[in-house]
Write a protein that binds this ligand. Sequence first.
Ligand SMILES: [Zn+2]
Length: 241
Amino acid sequence: MKVIALLSGGMDSGVATALAIKVFGKIDYSIAIDYGQSHKAEIETSRQLALHYKIPWRMLHIPIPKGGLAMAHPKDIVREAPTNRISPTYVPQRNLLLISIAASYLEYLLTKEDEEGIIVIGVHRTDWSPHHPIYPDCSYSFISALQTAINIGSRFVYEGNGIIKIFAPFVNKTKADIVQTGMELHFPFDKTVTCYRGNPPCINCPSCRARYEAFKEAGYKDPLLTKYHLWDKAEEKWGSK
Ligand SMILES: [Zn+2]
């Protein structure tokens, strides 16, 4: 078995990676992808998480066209994103690109002795559900269809060695479930970046809010906000809503 993790530097992919280490016993490779994010802190955080878990790490650049990309142009971000339509921070086909690259790397790692190849990704239902359609490339149907396509297009699979799976443990779970799992696994939440502006978190943007609400729902204080003495400020702003 070979396992490759997409490790963005955020908490979702970080906890998915921690869970994959528990489930599969190892991660062979972790990848951070620079597609023009507004803050490079996310990439450095990914590297720190890989160091924390002692797994090989590599950064790759993908030249995604920048027109209209909120992640690449933080000033364009709508502060409170509406929740009933696609997010202004949607990066066109981001997860297709990320998973495809991981699949390509994975197939280089796989040998005849392997029965499985695993791609780890931290997508979750809080980012895509019928009532909360933010990122369509986080949906179960998308991940499932992509897994099928990867297997159909794989030499490793065609030659009868084994199969390739996308391990997306939170695809039908919420961000609060990710918090719960992370806490159980002693995941270093204070080493992650969620805010569009990097750390310290701005306590203003939709990402900060979604993270705060996930911790609130799970019944924990966010160790990252606690580290920067910002938990009370977040409580004041969003706690009663
Ligand atoms: Zn923020």
